[in-house]
Design a protein around this ligand. Structure first.
Ligand code: IVH
Length: 719
């Protein structure tokens, strides 16, 4: 099998398709027929491969991918695990004196002389989450979280996906061995994960520790497998026989068994050596590539550990020497509001540059409006900032006594600083609470959102303009040709300009390539090949113009979807289109005072959605842009759904793979016949159309005694 790193995107796409089918097939065997045909390990390997490919090619994740649903074997909750030996915590030392006290205590307890040396190990304190791995006869049988120390959660399936955790031990391990250590995420893994989360519109993790914890507590192990997680082994729980006499010896054995042990562990004999180690690690801290929050000292000899024993929940033979929090004082010079590509207004603190933990900090996040108010942060204030690992620095608090006279409470803008449109906070219908974020409503014209909006506008569910991809939109926007949807159609009136921009872009690209290959820039050769290229390019422009012109005629539902109104996707757009039928009726409806009430009266549209639509139409900038667009379009009215068809008024669910048409097509067809298409099966469902690979929905259908049809039977029914 080709390694994931070497796959081309075409190969990846093909393989993901194959894996989706294969895994669905195994799921069916497993939980519909209760007769798996492959081993758990082989099944897990398929899912892991799928997750790895998806992690590398996030854009290729299929809607029917196994990663998009909770795995067959995932339980709603994790089972509880009682630890055979409790997982303890460590006492903390915050100063050199605390450490000296610790050594003195150990000496006293053991009855050693004041100058008698005690060998201790010193190792970084990893800032992740601890886990206990139980091996029986060398095989991993259970992995658990720490929980409250006495009882944790069974996360075996997830821990199995971490490559630092051996499934089978090497060498001659004790028959029963619980290895304990820290699951953590590197700074690199953390940055990549958050980038992907952001791209997919999912929440951003605050720091590597949280993201490691969130990753191992996923219900679907395939998601954990897609996260980059690591493990350092540093201690043990139940053990049938001790293979060494010292802490150092144990760590060496762990390495032999196949674990990863932190390479910075050292033995120290004097307080001076210990404190030197601490300062050394502290100075290396920012370059380690993972978060640590201190150094742990442990008495090296296990017989002495045994004698020392425990006080309440911590061992007497170990202590954690914590690093001071990386904090600094500086002046807040300004608050800048940045507008994200989804319209979110994000306040950023501009700071007088200051060094925190070896890094110069100039900016810090202020999170949102409420946070600024809560901390009463004002421009000119002296603030304490803190850096936690690789995370964007935060403002911890304001030093009130240093506030300049006349500093005023900060007023968060209610207009978008980029386009001047209203910026609003949504109200959650259920809780009645305001959203923490304020968002720009100038979707169609806001420069901060332009490119993303235009990409959405031409995407498949919208105007579906062939040949006008993301790169081209970015290029045309950069060259001033595209700012709003109407501009796309205006392109058809300036094909020479489009040609020129494309030609210049091509020339710049080949120049770059030449430079990268170390060749001299070459004076353009006049000849056959150039003429051919130009011809090809003319064709590209010609095709693009034709593709754009072809979309001047568009269905009302597609138009509404393409507008990119918050919370309005394909389904909602169709509901609206079906209700208003024509663009004129829709526009008139939106102008009326009862717009919101009318929208909310539609089944499937709630308060939040109605509000978002009204916000969009309350913004004069949007209305103007929409009218400029409509000047180019011929919007076809929505056909009335057939009154009498065998499926009118029925609720239909599609599941599994359809072979004769796409999901989208099937849905549209059913709806045009008056059926309601739903995504989940309940007692209210009338028909489930199940293709190969159908899983839990099919099971639900059987549970509720719902009629199940295969694709052919369905087609026959509606033909
Ligand atoms: S030894 C009985 N070693 O710190 C002693 N713990 O506050 C067991 N930790 O829950 C812990 N790095 O999650 C030990 N090198 C290290 C550690 C470490 C991080 C964590 C661990 C534990 C917590 C104790």
């Amino acid at each position: 099998m080709k390694s994931v790193e070497k796959l081309t995107s075409a190969e990846a796409e093909k393989e993901l398709d194959k894996l989706a089918r294969e895994i669905a097939e195994h799921d069916r065997h497993y939980y519909l027929q209760d007769a798996p045909v492959i081993s758990d390990a082989a099944y897990d390997a398929l899912r892991q491969r799928n997750a790895q490919i998806e992690a590398r090619f996030p854009l290729l994740v299929r809607p029917d991918s196994p990663s998009q649903r909770v795995g067959a074997k995932a339980s709603a909750r994790f089972a509880k695990v009682v630890h055979a030996r409790p997982m303890l915590s460590l006492d903390n030392a915050f100063s050199d004196e605390d450490v000296a006290d610790f050594i003195a205590r150990v000496r006293r307890f053991l009855g050693l002389k004041e100058d008698e040396e005690v060998m201790v190990t010193a190792e970084p304190k990893i800032d992740g989450l601890s886990a206990s791995l139980r091996y029986e006869k060398g095989l991993l049988v259970q992995g658990a979280t720490r929980g409250d120390g006495a009882e944790g959660e069974d996360i075996t399936a997830n821990l199995r996906t971490i490559s630092d955790i051996p499934l089978r031990l090497k060498g001659k391990p004790p028959a029963i061995l619980e290895v304990r250590g820290e699951v953590y995420m590197t700074h690199k893994g953390f940055a990549a994960l958050n980038k992907a989360q952001e791209e997919e519109g999912r929440p951003i993790y605050a720091n590597p520790r949280n993201s490691a914890a969130g990753s191992v507590r996923q219900l679907d192990p395939a998601i954990t497998a897609g996260r980059s997680l690591n493990f350092f082994a540093y201690t043990w729980g139940e053990i049938s026989e001790l293979p060494a006499k010292t802490q150092t010896g144990m760590l060496e054995k762990f390495t032999d068994y196949g674990f990863v042990v932190n390479p910075l562990v050292r033995r120290c004999q004097t307080l001076d050596q210990i404190l030197k180690f601490y300062r050394d690690i502290e100075s290396k801290r920012v370059r380690l590539g993972y978060d640590i929050d201190g150094v742990v000292y442990k008495v090296d000899r296990l017989d002495l550990q045994e004698r020392l024993g425990f006080v309440s929940r911590s061992p007497r033979w170990a202590i954690a020497h914590k690093f001071p929090a990386e904090q600094a004082e500086t002046v807040l010079q300004d608050i800048e509001i940045q507008v994200g590509r989804t319209g979110k207004l994000a306040p950023v603190a501009r700071l007088r540059p200051v060094t925190v933990g070896g890094v110069v900090v100039r900016n810090a996040t202020l999170h949102n409006e409420d946070e600024i108010a809560r901390k009463d942060v004002r421009i000119g204030d002296t603030v304490v900032i803190q850096r936690a690992g690789d995370v964007i620095p935060q403002i911890v608090r304001v030093l009130d006594d240093k506030r300049p006279r006349g500093a005023k409470p900060y007023k968060f803008p209610t207009k978008c600083p980029v386009c001047g449109s209203h910026a609003v906070r949504e109200v959650d219908e259920k809780t009645g609470k305001e959203d923490v974020d304020r968002r720009c409503t100038g979707g169609l014209i806001c420069d901060a959102q332009t490119v993303e909006r235009l990409k959405y506008f031409v995407a498949r569910d919208g105007f579906d303009i062939e040949g006008l991809g993301g790169t081209m939109i970015e290029l045309f926007h950069e060259k001033g040709l595209l700012n709003e949807p109407a501009d796309i159609f205006a392109l058809t009136e300036k094909p020479e300009k489009v040609s020129k921009v494309l030609a210049e872009h091509r020339a710049a690209l080949s120049e770059e390539r030449r430079a990268a290959e170390g060749k001299d820039p070459i004076v353009t050769k006049v000849g056959k090949s150039k003429a051919k290229k130009e011809e090809r390019e003319d064709k590209v422009v010609e095709n693009l113009m034709a593709a754009i012109a072809a979309r001047r005629k568009i269905g009302l539902d597609r138009l509404i979807n393409a507008l990119g109104i918050r919370h309005v996707g394909e389904t909602t757009a169709r509901l609206i289109a079906r209700h208003y039928r024509t663009i004129n009726a829709f526009l008139k409806g939106m102008e009326s005072d009862s717009a919101r009430a009318e929208l909310e009266s539609l089944e499937g549209i709630g308060g939040v959605v109605a509000e978002a639509i009204c916000d969009f139409f309350d913004e004069p900038h949007n209305i103007k842009a929409l009218h400029r667009l409509l000047a180019w379009l011929d919007v076809t009215p929505m056909a009335a759904p057939a009154k009498s068809s065998p499926v009118s008024g029925k609720t239909v669910v599609f599941t599994g793979t359809l072979e004769k048409m796409t999901r989208q097509e099937a849905k549209a067809r059913a709806e045009s016949l008056g059926a309601k298409v739903s995504g989940s099966v309940s007692a209210k469902t009338d028909i489930v159309v199940a293709g190969p690979g159908a899983g839990s929905k099919l099971k639900e259908a059987q549970k509720h005694n719902v009629q199940v049809l295969d694709e052919d039977a369905w087609l026959k029914l509606i033909s």
